[in-house]
Design a protein around this ligand. Structure first.
Ligand code: NAD
Ligand code: DAU
Length: 353
């Protein structure tokens, strides 16, 4: 494997930190640049174990900042980009869509332009050039009781978040079509695991159960998601980065659909056991609250293309992954306190009590 300079954006966030760690541990010969603005969701504590690695460099910066991004690409001449930086929380996109358009759409196009400028100077791209966009299954919209999202499913985004991700996917494909940019896109289902900001369902509920606070279930709780352990998403990204065909899209999922309320009840059971509380204690915290506006009913991924063509599969069962995740949050109280303190504390308190 040849030396490569790889820019990973959003590497201080939840999924990005797992991708950066995997690449830094696995590929001594690569130089990994982690570009992150360190928003409320970005936290360098996520990467303490690898921050002194010689193949790792952190750069604080905003993907939306045109001059900064152009200067950075000009200086570092990255071979490839794995783009994860984004505003990622659906509820926030309902409150403040512009932040999502800025980072997810303008930020992505800014990176595409900068990559095109340095890669396509003499009208052709080199073998090592690749713009990898990490996207979501939410671009496909919402399913009824039957069916799965495949790579051929039409886009039908329904929230400001998913509309911004769909738009950025379209721009990535437009750069492939118009400027022959070598790209890949992956659309993944709901991730869970260590280092996820506790506004998302699983870390929020683990923390609330620990503190005996209400568990706010949106609507009737009969919404379905496919869940994938974040470490398995990182290995999928590694697989697609190295073996994926340029220009292609791959769906990534856990073959693991859960209705929210069933998942929440399973979590309650595990937490009762872990916290040595009597059976049924945590379930009593379940509180049905006002639904998320425009709440997508069901997401389900057909991940057979990446499985059959590239040989990737999840490494753990959901039960194993969930137990590892619960253990991590219970063992990392300091991390949880740190990410919910400081500038974010007021917002967090207002939202979650
Ligand atoms: P996250 O919110 O945990 O992390 C996002 C990171 O991007 C943070 O470190 C943040 O500081 C950084 N960032 C935000 N705006 C930036 C900007 N303008 N410039 C530079 N950095 C910026 O998100 P995540 O859950 O790790 O998601 C990562 C990517 O994967 C996103 O593109 C998201 O759409 C996609 N995705 C997420 C999931 C999921 O379940 N979490 C599933 C499928 C796809
Ligand atoms: O499908 C992939 C997407 O999964 C990613 O692209 C997004 O970045 C990621 O945030 C996630 O989106 P969701 O909206 O599915 O995740 P969230 O954890 O916010 O919610 C999961 C489900 O749980 C959803 O049906 C809403 C519900 N929910 C969520 C919260 C935070 C509740 O019932 N109560 C809650 O308090």
């Amino acid at each position: 494997m040849r030396d490569k300079k790889i820019l990973i954006t959003g590497g201080a966030g939840f999924i990005g930190s797992h991708v950066v760690r995997l690449f830094c541990n696995k590929y001594d010969q690569y130089k990994i640049f982690n570009l992150d603005k360190l928003t409320y969701a970005g936290n360098l504590e996520n990467l303490e174990d690898i921050e002194s690695f010689p193949n790792y460099k952190f750069i604080k910066g905003d993907v939306v900042d045109h001059d900064f991004i152009n200067d950075l690409f000009d200086k570092e001449q990255f071979d490839s980009v794995i783009h994860l930086a984004a505003e990622s929380h659906v509820d926030r996109s309902i409150e403040d869509p512009m932040a999502f358009i800025n980072t997810n759409v303008f930020g992505t196009v800014n990176l595409l332009n900068a990559a095109k400028t340095i890669w396509n100077k003499d009208g052709k791209y080199a073998e090592q050039h690749l713009f990898y966009h990490v996207s979501t299954d939410e671009v496909y919209g919402s399913l009824g009781a039957e069916g799965l999202f495949t790579e051929d499913t039409s886009y039908d985004p329904k929230s400001p978040y998913s509309a911004s991700k769909a738009s950025s996917d379209h721009f990535v494909r437009a750069y492939a079509n118009t400027y022959r940019m070598p790209i890949v896109i992956t659309n993944c289902s709901n991730n869970y695991g260590a280092n996820q900001f506790p506004e998302k369902l699983l870390p929020l509920f683990i923390n609330n159960i620990k503190e005996s606070k209400p568990l706010p279930v949106y609507g009737d709780g009969k919404y379905t998601r496919d869940w994938l352990w974040v470490n398995d998403h990182a290995t999928a990204i590694d697989t697609v980065f190295h073996k994926g065909e340029k220009g292609e899209t791959y769906n990534i999922g856990g073959f693991n659909e859960w209705m929210n309320i069933d998942l929440i009840k399973l979590l309650c059971k595990i937490m009762d056991h872990k916290l040595s509380r009597s059976k049924g204690t945590s379930e009593q915290l379940i509180t049905y609250v006002k639904d998320r506006p425009g709440h997508d009913k069901r997401y389900a991924i057909d991940a057979n293309k990446i499985k059959n063509k590239l040989g990737w599969e999840p490494s753990v069962t959901f039960e194993e992954g969930l137990e590892k995740t619960v253990d991590w949050y219970l063992e990392n109280e300091k991390w949880l306190n740190n990410v919910t303190s400081g500038a974010y504390k007021e917002y967090y308190k207002k939202q979650y009590g």
